[in-house]
Design a protein around this ligand. Structure first.
Ligand SMILES: *[C@@H]1O[C@H](CO)[C@@H](O)[C@H](O)[C@H]1NC(C)=O
Length: 215
């Protein structure tokens, strides 16, 4: 049984590109690693039927594809078009012992923003076991210039986490990532759109220290 569970979302590390762990090996997940057992998504940016998910064979990387995670501002649009959210829920299986891992997320989207329009992408990371302990990252794109013509963008987050699982056979936890895109404008005639087309969440840099074998 789970006797104690502590999960921490620490501050953000520098955005240093990392090599993702190998995927596609076709072998069973390593029992000494944190693995993703199942995923789901909820929010008005990801209504049912609009999300595709793919879990890597080693269960350390999940990719979501979004068909309806888009916002609009400008003539002919309403306030409800300006912000959308999609919360990702990752059910995790932890081995017993001490774990360190970096939650590495990469988002790809598209933005077309006239001068006066700003697009902002917020991601808040927290574990269900300690919902007050959050890490939020923000990326903003200021309209005008080349953004008037539209272009793809990438947002990348590195969130270090550490946990101590007292149960020798491990425990489960839920990592939530609340993503929100929003548009604001200083010019009611100016138009803009921003979307999030995909999200990849990976548990990288895993360090595992076991102190008890599980039978
Ligand atoms: C507001 O946006 C419209 C459409 O892009 C543009 O024609 C107009 O010049 C803008 N007004 C100001 C004050 O920037």
């Amino acid at each position: 049984m789970l006797s104690s569970l502590a999960l921490f979302g620490a501050g953000l590390a520098a955005a240093n590109p990392l090599v993702l762990p190998g995927v596609g090996s076709g072998t069973a997940p390593d029992p000494t690693t944190i693995t993703i057992t199942s995923v789901s998504a909820s929010g008005n940016g990801c209504p049912q039927g609009s999300v595709a998910t793919e879990l890597s064979p080693d269960r350390q990387v999940v990719t979501f594809g979004f068909d309806a995670f888009q916002t609009y501002i400008g003539p002919g649009t309403g306030p409800a078009d300006r912000t959308k959210n999609c919360q990702l829920h990752l059910n995790l299986k932890y081995p017993g012992g001490f774990q360190f891992a970096v939650v590495e997320s990469t988002y790809h989207g598209y933005a077309q923003l006239e001068k006066g329009v700003t697009g902002t992408f917020y991601s808040t990371y927290y574990f269900s076991q300690s919902p007050a302990d959050t890490t939020t990252t923000t990326t903003s794109i200021t309209g005008g210039g080349l953004w008037e013509f539209g272009d793809v963008y990438t947002k990348q987050d590195l969130v270090p986490t550490a946990s101590v699982i007292w149960s020798p056979c491990g425990a489960t936890g839920i990592l939530n990532v609340n993503n929100r895109i929003a548009l604001t404008s200083t010019n009611t005639s100016a138009s803009g759109t921003i979307s999030d087309d995909d999200a990849t969440v990976a548990l990288t840099q895993q360090i595992h220290v076991a102190w008890q074998a599980c039978n």
